[in-house]
Design a protein around this ligand. Sequence first.
Ligand SMILES: CC(C)(COP(=O)(O)OP(=O)(O)OC[C@H]1O[C@@H](n2cnc3c(N)ncnc32)[C@H](O)[C@@H]1OP(=O)(O)O)[C@@H](O)C(=O)NCCC(=O)NCCS
Length: 188
Amino acid sequence: MRPELPIVTERLVLRPFRPDDFAAAHDYMRREDVARFEFWNATTPDETRQKIDEWIATDPDWPTGDRLVLAVTLHDGGAMIGDCVLSFRDREALQAEIGYTLHPDWHRKGIATEASEALLAVAFSTYELHRVYGRCDARNVGSWRVLEKLGMRREAHFREHAIFKGEWDEEFYYAILKDEWLAQRGRN
Ligand SMILES: CC(C)(COP(=O)(O)OP(=O)(O)OC[C@H]1O[C@@H](n2cnc3c(N)ncnc32)[C@H](O)[C@@H]1OP(=O)(O)O)[C@@H](O)C(=O)NCCC(=O)NCCS
């Protein structure tokens, strides 16, 4: 089972990655400020190419695949400004994790929220998952605000539970169940 692509939202076209996305992807992935709270570090050109190759090779078929990873592009002009991902985590319990990264020129315009809302719809309507969760560093306000805007509940705040990039890590876990998502859609 896989979604029909591309996914079109009000301002965005979410589509599979292509080799010619390299320049636009490297433009944000090479930046320390973008990578600060990611599990990866700012990339070299070779590392960016490797990531794009991995993303092109991903299999978005549930339950046999690994994840749905999509380039975030603008309707208007088609520029590629980021990526978003739904990673399959537990096939028996029907769980997935959501993630997103955008070029800083496009932060704080509601883009991550808009892309993630589309991913949640795929998670629950197409893949028929039971629960979607997101995790982020507590200092990454933009990231946990996106998770809250999706209607997720804060399930955990892990304090100084790990060392992340040389510092104590404070991690939030957020999640939403399919029933909660359906109820929220009913209200809206
Ligand atoms: C996290 C990230 C994807 C957020 O994307 P975004 O498109 O700016 O998020 P949105 O515009 O949808 O914002 C959602 C809410 O968070 C708020 N917000 C966004 N960035 C913020 C920041 N740096 N500080 C405080 N609030 C912020 C927005 O104002 C909005 O709230 P509002 O509607 O009440 O005003 C973006 O900052 C990013 O790409 N960061 C670098 C990569 C990263 O850290 N990814 C997540 C790893 S867990």
